[in-house]
Each structure stands twice: as C-alpha cells, then as structure tokens.
Design a protein around this ligand. Structure first.
Ligand SMILES: [Zn+2]
Ligand SMILES: [Zn+2]
Length: 278
C-alpha cells in the first residue's frame, strides 16, 4: 500500500499563493496523497521583523477545522516555511514559540542586504561565486538551528537557469558543500526534495541527484519531499518522481515529522510507501 506525503505547500495564508486550505486538502485526496503539511511563508523583510501579513491564528484555526473535515481521508499536520530566520531570529522564534508546529522548513530566499535571489543579475556573476555565496547563507541558516529541514537547498537554480542553463550545481563548490552538509547532518537536521523545479525552468528537482547522492554518502538520512505548490492543482506534483530519485541516490527511507520529531518511512520496492513504522 502506498504512502504519499507532500511536505511543502502554500495556501492563501501566503501572499504569493491562491488556494484555500480546504481546496488544497481536496486536491491531495483526489490524487491519493495520504499526508500533507501546509507550510505558509513567514517571511519578514528589513523593517518588518514581525511580518504581520502572516496570520498565524487564522492558519491554525483553518487547519484545525480541515483536520476534522478530512478525518480518515487525509492526515494533516501543521508547518511553516521560515524565510531567512538566521537574519530575523527574534520574529522567527516568537512564531515558533506561540504555536506547536509539527514541521519547520528554513529557507534562504534573500541575502542579508534584502535582495531576493530572484532579483540578482546572474549574467554578471560566475556559477562558482553564486554557489559559494548561497552556501554561505545556508551555513548561517544551519547555525540558527531551530528548524527541521532546509528548503530547496539550491534555490539559485530556479532563478539562474535562464542564464546558466543546466550548468549550475552546488557540487562546483565541492569542499564547501560537503562541509555545509556535514554540519547539517551533525545538527540532526535534514533537507527536502523540492519538486517545483520540475515544473519551472530548471526542469529538475531542488536539489538534484548529484547533491542528494553526496548528502546520502556523507550519512544524511533526514529527507522530506514537497511540491512547493502555490495552487491546489500543483499539490503532489513530482512526488512519485522524487521517490525514484531518492532511491537512485541511495535512500531507503523518507522522513515524516510529528511534533518536530522525525519518523522514517520505508520506500517500498513497488514505487510505493509502507507506513509500517508508524
Ligand atoms: Zn521557499
Ligand atoms: Zn515554499
């Protein structure tokens, strides 16, 4: 019996997403997904440390309602995607303290000077320099510690693919990447396979097979899968491909989270999941 999870989804509680929590749940049920976590953005910018747009209370109330509505059809847990929490420590820690999330993604969307990764002029920077700069942000993110998985580890691929084509891989900074991954693993944190890249210009997951294989070889075990859907129809997209990719990289388990604690779920041989360890 298959067990499918989508651990990275945005609802109308994110400024850049359009679907309600119940539309997302219905889409997941229609696609045979067993478990989801809606991880809306808490994304402060300079001067907006408390990011008031993120209405945590109404997110919480609607998730609680949907849990009842979809009981027996879909397992729904609580999550959040924190944008650069290493820069906005105080606000991020307040958000986490007030509500007991099951799962926390930490992402580096912006540089400390406020520029978003989507706004950089990649034609003026070498691939090696972009990778070094981005890994430095991930390094600082790991120092912050209060998260479960790093979101879309090579996000710069999403925005630079139109300039670099398929040439960008964090492995061009092999030593630095290995060092960052070792630190992440030693901290008991993980990464996700973000499948949105399959639908966008890079046409591959973030990260791809090379980085996933290195993560596995270095002893990485905590690995989630998320579509990063910003509309209900994208929920669950690429999840099955991500299972195959994880297996190719050497993984036998995908991680689920409950109250911030990881639980390993075996990847079955029939491209399906067994929830035997639950
Ligand atoms: Zn993100
Ligand atoms: Zn996201």
């Amino acid at each position: 019996m298959s067990y499918l999870m989508d651990y990275h989804i945005h609802s109308i509680h994110s400024t850049d997403a359009i679907s309600s929590i119940s539309e997302i749940c219905q889409s997941a049920v229609n696609k045979g997904i067993n478990e989801i976590i809606i991880t809306d953005h808490y994304e402060p910018s300079n001067g907006d440390e408390l990011y008031t747009i993120y209405d945590q209370k109404s997110y919480w109330a609607e998730i609680t309602k949907a849990k009842q509505l979809f009981k027996g059809k879909l397992k729904l847990k609580m999550g959040v995607e924190l944008g650069q929490p290493h820069i906005f420590k105080e606000g991020s820690e307040i958000v986490m303290k007030d509500f007991p999330y099951d799962y926390v993604i930490a992402s580096a969307h912006k540089l400390p000077d406020g520029r978003d990764m989507s706004e950089l002029d990649y034609s003026t920077i070498s691939i090696e320099d972009v990778c070094a700069m981005y890994l430095e942000q991930i390094n600082m993110l790991i120092d912050w510690q209060n998260f479960d998985c790093v979101g879309h580890l090579d996000l710069i691929k999403r925005y630079s693919a139109s300039t670099y084509g398929k040439n960008l891989s964090l492995t061009c900074q092999y030593e630095l990447l290995s060092q960052v991954l070792r630190k992440l693993i030693a901290s008991g944190k993980g990464i996700e396979i973000n499948t949105s890249g399959l639908r966008q210009t890079p046409k591959e997951t973030m990260p791809g097979l090379d980085v996933l294989t290195l993560y596995h070889q270095l002893g990485g075990e905590i690995l989630t899968i998320g579509s990063d859907a910003h509309r209900a129809e994208d929920v669950g997209k690429g999840i099955r491909e991500a299972h195959a990719l994880a297996k190719s990289a050497g993984f036998r388990f995908i991680t689920s989270f409950h109250e911030r604690k990881p639980v390993q779920i075996q990847i079955s041989d029939q491209k399906a999941f067994s929830a035997s360890q639950r």
